[in-house]
Design a protein around this ligand. Sequence first.
Ligand SMILES: [Zn+2]
Ligand SMILES: [Zn+2]
Length: 272
Amino acid sequence: MPGFEPFLLCDFHVHTRWSDGQLTVREVVDLYGRTGHFDVIAITDHILMKKDLLARAGKVLTLGQRAFGVTEERFADYLADVRQEAERAMREYGMLVVPGAEVTQNRLRGAKNSHIIALDVREYISADQRADEILRAIRAQGALSIACHPHHRTTRRIEVSTCYLWDNRSELSDLVDVWEAGNRDDLFSVTSLKHYPYVANSDFHKPKHLYSWKTLLRCDLNWPAVRRALVDNVDVALILYRQPREHEQPATASRPARAPSLDAALGGHATT
Ligand SMILES: [Zn+2]
Ligand SMILES: [Zn+2]
């Protein structure tokens, strides 16, 4: 649309094998990069509570093979893996990869649960604290918070509801940077009743989740600009990204080099 270019196609909520995703960070980068469509993705693996119920059940089911969350001990290794793949993603696909984490609370009694993404995370953030403490910890390290699927209210027994931030928005909204109004196939349209900043993400766990709600932002391709665009939430669009029809399969070649170095992209230099 004239006057609305260039928009960046973004997905700020992606899980890998560092928690409960199916693919490695490298495989995720190649999956998104090879579409030729994506400009920004964030890797946001779960940080779990010490006594996370779903993780403990999963560990039993996989005979201890999978961890389902990034531990404090492994957090530096996790960030190093994301950083290395971010450099490759920028080099090969011109795609910015932002390091993040989803601080995840899965209590059986769901009234107090929240899932909170920290984007541009540098330090481990414990999930074993109150939501306002998690949000303050995200602010304290200069990261950006997203209230994930903030109106997910389930009646199924093996799922948990994550409505705490929304239900307590009058006290907590000042601490939340962005609200996830779209998550995979769901639109939490009730959250649009407020004039908050919004975003839509895939909550990617497996390849078919590539096709889901996403966000378009109009800004330069570097983290400071993307961060500003998320918070300002002016030139933003929530878009349903669907599988291309047979005759228009996604490009497999890497994109031409409009890519700056990752350092330049993370350091705030405009690329165009
Ligand atoms: Zn979640
Ligand atoms: Zn998630």
